[in-house]
Design a protein around this ligand. Structure first.
Ligand code: NDP
Length: 641
């Protein structure tokens, strides 16, 4: 990959050194010098890998996995689907309690009692709005941390930045990366601290939202026969509230035991979140999926099951965990404002800014670190270096597989060949080693683009039947599918118009929060926040504070109805379209990445106009923008009544 400098044609102006190298053209004198330096730095010998060969391998691996049915390959778990009861509505962790339907009125109804709903309610309470009811499908607060109790469940973002409201509740997590039970307990701590239990209703699914124009109120109907009214609605349903099943032929036929990871059946498996699944000692178990969830629960399954088959379509990148207990002296030294400061620094380190010492060994900053190293060595910022840094990062992660997995054939199958943020990175110190166990078999189903079929007694893959007692679906959630699919609540606004009709040509909003024709409705969290950085909990707190301000301001001014004007919606969309790099969901471009939920399963059809759903200037810019709107005090863009 060296540039031959004699008899070469000149490069077009502004070409990067990498382009020049690729096409063998020659730049000016200074560029020549840089090219030599860069050649040395980027030679296969110096790098230890051949970037061209890797690029080709990535493209081939992607091609192998592209399915024309994209998102429709999954079974939708709506409340009227035949699977809904088993995989969505049944709560394996609690008895269903009877209660009388509610027909009362509240200032605010928050739908969802996970981080988004709780943060919104907490910030509302701080802003003086106490008449808030949270409506939650689980039997307690926690949302994703209520439902996801599978063994090994853990948060991949460091706890000090991720767990919300630590300073307000006076809590410091026990570990650098918390396990799910500690996080779930923290949700209850927040609930008690902000007195959110008082008015909450649990075990309740909202079935319809309707704006009552004559009353300037929302009518909230639920599966419990409720018909509650509220001045304001905050949709805090979060990104992972709705599990999905792979649409494998025969999925409904299996007569053994099965469950989704977010409804873990400990009555069947025995044990608990720390493992010891004694009920599986005589069972042959299959797990379908190898995403972030499977990476965390496979070690416990491998330890306990008589036989475990892991059906893998695409390997995850599995980096080291580096967990540690919290140093009590450090915890005691924390000064007011520490959590916000830490969240800010985490965001900066992840997004390529300065790397605070606290994050130099955090897996989310590995790519930034590699890029900074290369930039420092190459003496000038060169655009193509980002790709080289990504190759380096993934080579290191692939190297971990070789270091851990003894069988080279199995190791090869476990290596991820795509850019790190094409798919959700994972971090675990036990997953790879599980494949050294004699009772664990990795079944690579990439050749058939997934498991071929499910029978009454087992799984068919690569033309072979695997008889199993239990199938565990680690097949993920409706995270980036259409909002209608992931939310599943019919919403009718002014003149009875459906929000999904309003979004026919793509989601529309102002600030990713309010929608024209749907007064007093706030979409908190959701896909929009993802672009704000890896720490979801930080992004949603930004929105929670803003929503709390807006509602308290409307209430203070005695305003009954605040409706975003179409013009304001258009202005926001125009701003989004101008935003550089705002064209894809999360990290993965559908054009170059292996498919997954980050890129709507590789679909290049941008039918949801995701530019309007995301904000890619980062959390800092978004915070600034919202702050300026609040400081202006005009409630700009809202038609007020
Ligand atoms: P994912 O959507 O990431 O993974 C689903 C898995 O199922 C993939 O491996 C997918 O393969 C596989 N799959 C789907 N269909 C088939 C099929 N027909 N045959 C074989 N395999 C199939 O779901 P997860 O539950 O793992 O993770 C979802 C998200 O939840 C994470 O990305 C993360 O955001 C969040 N999470 C967060 C954690 C935290 O630390 N806070 C911990 C765990 C999860 P393929 O990749 O080929 O599509």
């Amino acid at each position: 990959m060296m540039v031959r400098r004699a008899q070469q044609a000149p490069c077009p102006k502004h070409w990067s050194v990498l382009l020049a190298m690729r096409y063998g053209c020659q730049g000016n004198h200074w560029e020549d010098f840089l090219m030599t330096k860069t050649n040395e730095l980027l030679s296969s010998e110096a790098l230890g890998f051949d970037p061209d060969a890797l690029a080709q391998r990535y493209a081939e691996e992607r091609e192998k996995r592209i399915r024309p049915d994209a998102e429709t390959q999954f079974v939708q778990l709506s409340h009227d689907s035949p699977f809904a009861n088993k995989y969505l509505e049944e709560d394996p962790y609690s008895e269903t309690l009877e209660r009388a339907p509610l027909k009362d009125q509240r200032e605010v109804i928050v739908i969802g009692g996970g981080w988004v709903g709780m943060l919104t309610a907490a910030r509302l309470s701080q802003a003086g709005i106490g008449d808030v009811r949270i409506v939650e499908s689980g039997s307690d607060f926690g949302g994703t941390w209520y439902w996801n109790r599978y063994p090994g469940a853990q948060c991949d973002i460091e706890s000090y930045s991720y767990l919300p409201l630590l300073e307000e509740t006076g809590y410091v997590p026990k570990l650098r990366y918390s396990y799910a039970s500690e996080i779930y307990e923290h949700a209850q701590r927040i609930g008690k601290h902000f007195d959110l239990y008082k008015d909450a209703v649990f075990q309740t699914w909202v079935t319809e939202l309707r704006w009552l124009e004559d009353e300037s109120l929302w009518l909230v109907k639920t599966n419990r026969g409720d018909a509650m009214r509220a001045r304001h609605i905050c949709l805090g349903t979060g990104p992972a509230n709705r599990p999905r099943l792979p649409g494998i032929p025969g999925v409904e036929q299996f007569k053994g035991h099965s469950f989704h990871t977010c409804r873990w059946d400990y009555n069947y498996t025995g044990g608990g979140p720390t493992g010891n699944l004694a009920g599986l000692a005589d069972k042959t178990v299959a797990i379908i999926g190898t995403g972030a969830t499977a990476v965390q629960c496979v070690p416990a399954l491998g330890e306990s099951a008589k036989q475990l088959y892991v059906f893998q379509r695409t390997p995850s990148s599995v980096d080291v965990r580096n967990n540690a207990e919290t140093d009590p002296a450090w915890a005691a030294s924390l000064k007011p404002g520490w959590q916000r400061d830490r969240q800010k620094k985490f965001g900066e380190a992840f997004l390529g800014g300065p790397i605070d010492p606290a994050f130099v060994d955090d897996g989310w900053t590995r790519l930034t670190r590699n890029l900074k190293d290369l930039v420092a060595q190459s003496e000038e910022r060169i655009s193509g270096l980002a790709q080289i840094a990504d190759f380096k990062t993934m080579e290191t992660i692939r190297g971990l597989v070789d270091d851990t997995v003894k069988d080279p054939e199995v190791a090869e199958k476990l290596k991820a060949y795509y850019n790190q943020f094409c798919k959700r990175p994972t971090f675990n110190d036990f997953y790879l080693d599980t494949f050294n166990r004699p009772n664990v078999e990795l079944v690579d189903v990439s050749a058939s683009q997934g498991v071929e079929a499910i029978t009454e007694t087992g799984i068919i893959a690569n033309g072979q039947e695997y008889p199993v007692d239990c199938i565990i679906y680690a097949s993920g959630f409706e995270i980036t599918s259409s909002y209608e699919r992931r939310l599943g609540i019919p919403i009718f606004g002014v003149a009875g118009k459906s929000i999904y009709e309003h979004w026919q040509a793509g989601m529309r909003s102002m600030h990713g929060l309010m929608v024209s024709g749907f007064p007093n409705l706030f979409m908190c969290g959701g896909g929009f926040v993802f672009q704000l950085g890896a720490n979801y909990a930080h992004g949603i707190d930004v929105q929670a504070g803003h929503v709390a301000y807006t509602i308290s301001e409307l209430s203070r001014r005695g305003i009954q109805s605040a409706n975003v004007s179409l013009d304001a919606e258009e202005r926001w969309i125009a701003d989004q379209l101008e935003t550089k790099g705002g064209g894809f969901v999360l990290g993965g471009s559908p054009d170059t990445c292996t498919p997954g939920y980050y890129n709507q399963e590789g679909t290049s059809k941008r039918y949801r106009n995701v530019r309007r759903e995301t904000y890619s200037k980062g959390v800092g810019a978004y915070m600034k923008l919202l702050r300026a709107w609040r400081d202006d005090g005009q409630l700009d863009g809202l038609d007020l009544d």
